[in-house]
Design a protein around this ligand. Structure first.
Ligand SMILES: [Zn+2]
Length: 427
């Protein structure tokens, strides 16, 4: 591909850069970088993902921690963090071993995370001892979660503490994991049905030229994108996830700060999430396992500023906030209805070895199609109970059902969509 980018003479040298000049990663180099064979059968054959900033060892584009990589740079710039800091991984090992599963050996099954990411300190111990700075991209721990909705379900008799999954205090015991995005660009391009060169060019140009190696280093196939990752919460024994004979209750949930955290009534995100947690606890108590997979894709991955602009546009339009205009208003502002693109979502399910979801707590046809399209069997689909839908969120849920979301009831027609109306901005 084209000639390597030359260092920009106009740019002032960073104060702490060794030698006082900028070393662009777009130059060839990294002669000591370990090779990556995506989808290889073992960790040793696959090779480590080296996203730390030691130029000689790097074998990826981008760096660790997703969007937080920018804060790391700020910490270095502010003098709060040494560029040479090496993570001490003593006692950080996963509380529960996940995998390896057969899906890890399929280069097409997982393209957006590193299946070996939780166990690098173990499987790449030799390389780490030899001085290569290899960081985990996945961490697995245990916690207790205490939610007011779970307490309410206990008071109403829907949930019963059993001392195993749910304590008398109302705390639910979970295994949870945080996953950073690790993209294999050829696989991501295939998943979206686009050309890898076009994907690289769009990623380069639409981030304002943030990663020149996207276009100058086709030999680097792995990209650590500056985006949010995923969190999973497992209720019951995580080893049951990969066993299709163990009942699995699962929800894949996309972040909604306004509702999930701050309790906004304009959508069903938090009530559906807490309903799924209740179902996950019940499933685990029946001897199954429950799973919540939470993706950082705020406001349909359009971001919260766009989301709030859309709220204003919906509430102020002629005729008020009606279900028949729900998607149109988003498209006016953002140019698309949704940018969550569920194509990469099933990867986390493959990482967990899941082949069957007995009860999918979701009405989204896009999520259902992505999961079943990835070869994972889905049994029952569990919709949100009507009594959990806030009055102002009826606009959202009706518009979604008319657009293809699963519902065991009637799908609203055009006439009904015109009638379903949310409250006004200051209502
Ligand atoms: Zn929401």
């Amino acid at each position: 591909m084209g000639s390597p980018m030359s260092a920009d003479a106009a740019a002032p040298p960073p104060a702490k850069s060794p030698g006082g000049h900028i070393r662009l990663t777009s130059h060839s180099g990294g002669s000591q970088a370990p090779a990556v064979r995506w989808g290889a059968a073992t960790a040793a054959e696959r090779g480590p993902i080296v996203g730390t900033t030691n130029r000689a060892h790097r074998n990826v584009i981008g760096t660790h921690s997703g969007a937080y990589g920018v804060y790391r740079a700020l910490a270095v710039a502010a003098g709060a963090l040494s560029r040479d800091h090496r993570a001490d991984l003593t006692n950080t090992a996963p509380t529960d071993v996940i995998g390896p599963h057969p899906q890890w050996r399929d280069p097409a099954a997982i393209v957006s995370l590193d299946p070996w990411g939780a166990m690098v300190a173990d499987v790449f111990a030799e390389q780490i001892a030899a001085g290569i700075d290899i960081r985990p991209t996945i961490a697995v721990t245990k916690a207790q979660v205490i939610l007011p909705e779970v307490g309410e379900a206990i008071r109403r008799g829907r949930l019963r503490p059993d001392g195993r999954v749910l304590l008398d205090t109302g705390a639910a015991l979970v295994t949870k994991a945080a996953l950073e995005p690790v993209w294999h660009l050829p696989g991501v391009a295939r998943r979206f049905g686009c050309d890898e060169t076009d994907l690289r060019r769009a990623l380069f140009e639409e981030t304002g030229g943030m990663y020149p190696e996207l276009v100058t280093r086709p030999d680097l196939e792995v990209f650590l994108p500056p985006i949010g990752g995923q969190t999973i919460y497992v209720f019951g024994d995580p080893h049951g996830l990969a066993d299709p004979t163990v009942e699995l209750t699962a929800r894949v949930h996309d972040e909604c700060n306004g509702s999930d955290v701050f309790g906004s009534d304009i959508c069903t995100c938090r009530p559906y999430l807490t309903h799924a947690i209740e179902e996950a606890i019940l499933g685990a108590q029946r001897g199954g396992v429950g799973l919540i997979a939470y993706s950082r894709k705020e406001g349909r991955a359009l971001g919260e500023v766009t989301k709030f602009l859309v709220y204003n546009a919906r509430k102020r339009q002629a005729g008020g906030d009606t279900a028949d205009q729900y998607f149109a208003r988003t498209e006016c502002v953002a140019g698309v209805q949704d940018m969550r693109f569920q194509e990469l979502m099933p990867d986390v399910l493959h990482w967990l070895g899941i082949t069957k979801i007995h009860r999918l707590v979701s009405m989204s046809n896009m999520k259902y199609d992505a999961i079943t399209g990835a070869g994972i069997e889905v049994g029952e689909r569990v919709s949100i109970p009507d009594e959990l839908i806030p009055a102002d969120a009826q606009v959202e849920i009706d518009a979604k059902m008319a657009a293809g979301y699963y519902t065991p009831g009637d799908v609203p027609d055009a006439e009904e969509l015109r009638k379903v109306k949310g409250r006004e901005l200051d209502g």
